[in-house]
Design a binder for this molecule. Structure first.
Ligand code: B12
Ligand code: SF4
Length: 488
């Protein structure tokens, strides 16, 4: 038996991190001792998501979306405020880790978003001083340039970009005994070597039930259990989508519904709650399974409440008719989130989104009418988006304002490994307006210019969209959905 320190740097949710739950369960099943450091347990709360917006939120968004020169100083000042807050939190996490690092561990494991680079560098420094192997994993390390950049951080033994429930035990045992880690799939080493090609986990039903015992349950505002009925996305075609190229998001696979219900029942008993957050990329990937899930939760888990993400596919039955939604609501579906993305069909089509504007709008109204809280995302600045397209997005948002509970608008993010990134590399001329794209692999970020943003009419259309977003987000949250508010 060995002892491992597992540091959770996925501090963005008001519930335990699912990756940690799976890894802890696998390690404990092999009789290893695991000490978990989670930020909330050391006083670092996740950032508030999707609050009921006041005027200041509207102006903050206006400032961060503005491309005018005179807005640069307030934007810089806002950025400094935010990074000052983040810095204080990073300090607290690093201090807590330092305290833990006084103990003796066979290896230190970190699960991280790339945002946590500075924290990871500090931990790596301490690990190096103590001569303890350090392994870093997380969803984005499936992207080779990102993993390679992180493997070069002094003190890092290996970076892992693969689902690891099955490999974690031999991997950490090899790390502890200074064995060759280059034989494990998805591993990147500081000397530039990498392990064999990763195959997605196919046997989801044989994975352990995630162990969330180390999370600070009394500190969470609400007790919500995260779970996955499937991994990957049954549609899997949206050009901008980074989720389908992450460690866990590649290739669609699903579990038998009985297996999912069994896990829900176990977790409900363990953590004394009936509230669940499905983290599946597209919970209705297989309409038959989705309907089975609704029926099984309704009959086997009375009183359960749950949330999830769906995709309103245009050209086929996707299990989201008003009758389906009524049944889902009766079985405890409290909130859904989905990608509205744009009010322009032309833009949806160029994204390969597979949805229709009128169908999306009807879905928002239907779900709201049966009593489900609806949240959606919108993208601004997809290549080729014109003033007219953006005005259509504003019109669409205005038309669903009463039924849509919350909307999140994002300026287009060109993400590592996406179809959009590949298209830009191959044929930038096919992506009108997008240019000067440059990568920062260590943060898995890109910067680019979108030419329309210098057009005064386009800027006016952005303001209209932001107004519509604010009109939606300042409403009080849908009654009954408060428990899940800000969780997705
Ligand atoms: C659910 C989710 C969330 C949830 C909850 C996250 C949580 N902490 O639990 C919510 C909605 C809160 C969230 C928020 C955000 N998220 Co998020 N999220 C996801 C999502 C869709 C799934 C993650 C997940 O639960 N996977 C399931 C588990 C089982 O898989 P896993 O995490 O990959 O872990 C496996 C392996 O990676 C590996 N592994 C993991 N850690 C380790 C460690 C070691 C040592 C080893 C050996 C292996 C290992 O083994 C695990 C088990 O198989 C991913 C996309 C994706 N498909 O991965 C994005 C993703 C993680 N999110 C991302 C981002 C950017 C965000 C936001 C910042 C977005 C935003 N601007 O709002 C916010 C947070 C900001 C904020 N301030 O609030 C990015 C991170 C990219 C990066 N650069 O690192 C991702 C990858 C999406 C993307 N494609 O860009 N997110
Ligand atoms: S439907 Fe959602 S998860 Fe699936 S590819 Fe499109 S954006 Fe990604």
């Amino acid at each position: 038996m060995s002892r491992f320190l597992l540091i959770d740097l996925n501090n963005f949710a008001g519930y335990p991190s699912i990756a940690i739950g799976y890894l802890v369960a696998a390690l404990r099943a092999a009789q290893h001792e695991v000490v978990v450091v989670s930020p909330l347990a050391v006083g670092v709360a996740p950032p508030a998501r999707e609050v009921e917006e006041g005027f200041q939120h509207y102006w903050e968004r206006r400032i961060s979306y503005s491309t005018r020169k005179w807005v640069a100083p307030p934007r810089h000042w806002l950025g400094k405020l935010r990074s000052g807050w983040r810095e204080r939190n990073k300090r607290k996490i690093v201090d807590a880790c330092r305290k833990h690092l006084q103990g003796r561990y066979s290896a230190i494991l970190i699960s991280a978003y790339t945002d946590e680079l500075l924290v990871c560098e500090e931990i790596a420094r301490v690990a190096q001083q103590r001569g303890t192997p350090l392994l870093i994993g997380g969803p984005i390390f499936s992207q080779e340039p990102v993993a390679q950049a992180w493997a070069k951080i002094p003190g890092v033994t290996a970076v892992i970009g693969s689902e690891s429930e099955r490999s974690i035990v031999p991997l950490v045992e090899a790390a502890a005994s200074e064995g060759d880690l280059g034989v494990f799939p998805g591993v990147y080493l500081p000397d530039g070597r990498q392990g064999p090609k990763v195959l997605s986990e196919r046997e989801l039903e044989n994975l352990p039930v995630p162990d969330y015992a180390d999370f600070p349950w009394p500190t969470y505002k609400n007790r919500v259990i995260p779970l996955l009925a499937s991994r990957g996305c049954g549609w899997g075609k949206c050009s901008f989508c980074g989720d389908i190229v992450t460690a866990n998001g590649r290739g669609f696979r699903s579990r038998a519904i009985s297996n999912v219900i069994q896990e829900m029942a176990i977790q409900s008993r363990r953590y004394a709650t009936k509230d669940f957050a499905f983290l599946d990329l597209k919970l209705n990937s297989r309409p038959m399974l989705w309907r089975e899930l609704i029926e099984a939760i309704g009959s086997d888990l009375p009183g359960a409440r749950w949330i999830g993400a769906v995709h309103v596919q245009a050209d086929s039955d996707c299990g989201l008719s008003i009758e389906d939604l009524r049944r889902a609501k009766a079985a405890g579906l409290t909130r859904v989130t989905f990608g509205l993305e744009s009010g322009s069909q032309r833009i949806l089509d160029s994204m390969h989104k597979g949805t229709r504007v009128d169908r999306n709008v009807a879905f928002v109204h239907d779900a709201h009418d049966v009593g489900i809280s609806v949240r959606a995302t919108v993208i601004q600045g997809y290549p080729g988006e014109t003033v007219q397209d953006l005005n259509m997005t504003a019109e669409m948002l205005e038309s669903v304002s009463d039924s849509l509970d919350r909307v999140r608008i994002n300026r287009l993010n060109v993400l590592e490994g996406t179809r959009l990134a590949a298209d830009y590399a191959r044929r930038p001329d096919l992506l009108p307006g997008l240019d000067h794209l440059a990568w920062n692999h260590v943060y898995a970020r890109s910067r680019y210019r979108y030419s329309q943003e210098r057009n005064p009419e386009y800027r006016e259309a952005i303001r209209r969209v932001l107004g519509a977003v604010h009109a939606i987000n300042r409403k009080p949250i849908h009654e009954g959905a408060e428990v899940f508010h800000g969780l997705m």
